[in-house]
Each structure stands twice: as structure tokens, then as C-alpha cells.
Ligand binder design. Structure first.
Ligand code: NAP
Length: 276
């Protein structure tokens, strides 16, 4: 398992995304992922699956201290008192006494960043999480968050795949020693998987398009992709991305796809993005 180091955190990569996974399937997939060697599981209060994720962790038999568990506080709960209650409720559902990373899921313009970051620090000081970070923060919001935090922020989780240029957010994360965790890393498949830059690299390396795109992420400094699948065989496919490398030309050809400038997660409550 590869590791990205970020301000004292050691984040296993790739991680396993769990949005939309629920119930028995979620339990089985989490346990199977851990048996395959995944060591980083990404959930959130809003995914309504923390009980199942926790059951999957226990079913795996993998020691707790070998697994990096991330959860998130939904944006309507990031006022300080609510944030602490949300973190406590997540731990109860997961059946854990701490998570490894607690993120603010989305910023909320009605709540000052400094208040939310203060509450994240308080939750960390209580030992409910080993590390803290943010998600869907623009460079401007990240600057505010960094200025307000006593403990280091270790990650900004943002949408990132070859169709989206995130060079500004990536540079800001790197400058602050933070990881950039990439959600929707494979753009949910098509049309990305049919792009000639992807299919030609797949042919050359004898790999699948998903593996080429995940490898592209892994070769970007400090980037941690967290693909999600409902299929066991794809869990195995998505983690087998360490034993080959893309050339600089292949990396560049895939990066050029960002001209499409496509976002999958853009909602009424989203902030004003760095790259509209
Ligand atoms: N912080 C945030 O605001 C935020 C927002 C969105 C997502 N996330 C996190 O990021 C994770 C990943 O994002 P995502 O789930 O939206 O998108 P994604 O991982 O880019 O794509 C998931 C889709 O790709 C398919 N897929 C997975 N592996 C494949 C493979 N090897 N070949 C072909 N198709 C494959 C899956 O279908 P099958 O199930 O059929 O395999 C699924 O429909 C989420 O689960 C969540 O943990 C966070």
C-alpha cells in the first residue's frame, strides 16, 4: 500500500469511497476491500452508511490501528456545537472511539470559517479524531482555514479527475503540506474511459482504463484517489495500480483532457470555485 505523508498524517492510497454503498453490501465491500489490502476508507455522516462501514471494519479482522478512517460533518452541522455533536454521533455509528481524519464536508457561508475550524481543533483536542481537514474548500477558503487552525490541516478533499483542472487547489495544498484527496477520481467511467489518451495507455501497459486514470492520480504529488465501486472484482482492479508507471508523455496527454472542464458535484450550496 502506498502512503501519502501530509503534515504528520500517513494516508494510504488509493482509498475506498463509500458514497451510495449501504447495508449488507456496504459491510461486505468494506471487509473485502480490507482483505484485498485497502487501508483507507472514506465515509461521511451524510452517506447514511457509517454503521455498515463500522461493521465492515470489524468483520475484516484487520487491526484498527492499521486502518485510516475518514468521516465528514455535513455543511448544515458545522456551527461549533453542532459539529461536536455530529462527530460524536459519527463515532457512535461507526463503533469507534476515534477516526483518523475528520473533514468539514462543504463550507457554509452562514458560518464563519474560523468558528468551524476552531470546533474541528476542539474535537481533535478531545481525541475524537487524529487529524483534521476540509473538503470542497477553494484556495480562498483554504487560506482562511489555515490561518484559523492551531493543529495542521492534513487534507482538502475535492473533485479531481482528468476532466477538471485543479492546479490552483493542488498548489495551495502542496504549499501547506496537505494532501489533496481526489473524489470522483474516475469521473464515474464514461466518457473518460473512451478517451484515446486513456485507451492508448491502457493498451500499452496492458491495464484497464480505470487503472490508467488511477495511476495518473498516484503520480501527482500528494494526491490520494478514493474510487468507489459496488463490485468486488473492481475493488481488486482499482487497487492494482502500483506495479507500473505512466511516462511523462502519457501523463501530459491525460492532463490535457482538463480542457473539457467538467464537474460532477456542483450544487446550489457549492462555493465559488477557483476554476468556474
Ligand atoms: N467530499 C465530497 O463532497 C464528495 C463528493 C463525491 C464523492 N466523494 C467521495 O469520493 C468517492 C468516489 O466518488 P464517486 O463515487 O462519486 O465517483 P467515482 O469513484 O469516480 O466513480 C464511481 C463509479 O465508477 C464505477 N466504477 C468504479 N470502478 C470502476 C472500474 N474499475 N471500471 C469501471 N467502472 C468503475 C462505479 O460503478 P460500479 O459500482 O458499477 O463499479 C461507480 O458508478 C465517493 O464514494 C465518496 O466517498 C466525496
Amino acid at each position: 500500500m502506498d502512503i501519502v505523508e501530509a503534515n504528520g498524517a500517513r494516508i494510504p492510497t488509493p482509498g475506498m469511497g463509500t458514497w451510495t454503498l449501504n447495508g449488507r453490501l456496504c459491510v461486505e465491500l468494506v471487509a473485502h476491500a480490507l482483505a484485498l489490502g485497502y487501508r483507507h476508507i472514506d465515509t461521511a455522516a451524510a452517506y447514511d452508511n457509517e454503521e455498515a462501514v463500522g461493521a465492515g471494519l470489524r468483520a475484516s479482522g484487520v487491526p484498527r490501528d492499521e486502518i485510516f478512517v475518514t468521516t465528514k460533518v455535513w455543511w448544515s452541522d458545522i456551527e461549533p456545537r453542532k459539529l461536536e455533536r455530529s462527530a460524536e454521533a459519527s463515532l457512535r455509528r461507526l463503533g469507534l472511539d476515534h477516526v483518523d481524519l475528520l473533514l468539514v464536508h462543504w463550507p457554509n457561508p452562514a458560518v464563519p470559517v474560523a468558528e468551524t475550524i476552531g470546533a474541528l481543533n476542539a474535537v481533535k483536542a478531545r481525541g475524537l479524531t487524529r487529524h483534521i481537514g476540509v473538503s470542497n474548500f477553494t484556495t480562498a477558503l483554504l487560506r482562511e482555514a489555515l490561518a484559523a487552525s492551531q493543529a495542521p490541516l492534513v487534507a482538502n478533499q475535492v473533485e479531481y479527475h482528468p476532466y477538471l483542472d485543479q492546479s490552483k487547489v493542488h498548489a495551495a495544498c502542496r504549499a501547506a503540506g496537505m494532501a489533496m484527496v481526489a473524489y470522483c477520481p474516475i469521473f464515474r467511467g464514461e466518457p473518460l474511459f473512451s478517451e484515446p489518451a486513456v485507451t492508448s495507455a491502457a493498451r500499452r501497459h496492458g491495464r484497464t482504463p480505470a487503472q490508467i486514470v488511477l495511476r495518473w492520480h498516484m503520480q501527482k504529488a500528494g494526491v490520494v484517489p478514493i474510487p468507489r465501486t459496488t463490485r468486488k472484482e473492481r475493488l481488486a482492479e482499482n487497487i492494482a495500480v502500483s506495479a507500473f508507471a505512466l511516462s511523462e508523455e502519457e501523463m501530459d496527454a491525460i492532463s490535457m483532457l482538463s480542457a473539457r472542464n467538467a464537474r460532477l458535484c456542483d450544487f446550489s450550496f457549492s462555493p465559488k470555485w477557483d476554476n468556474p
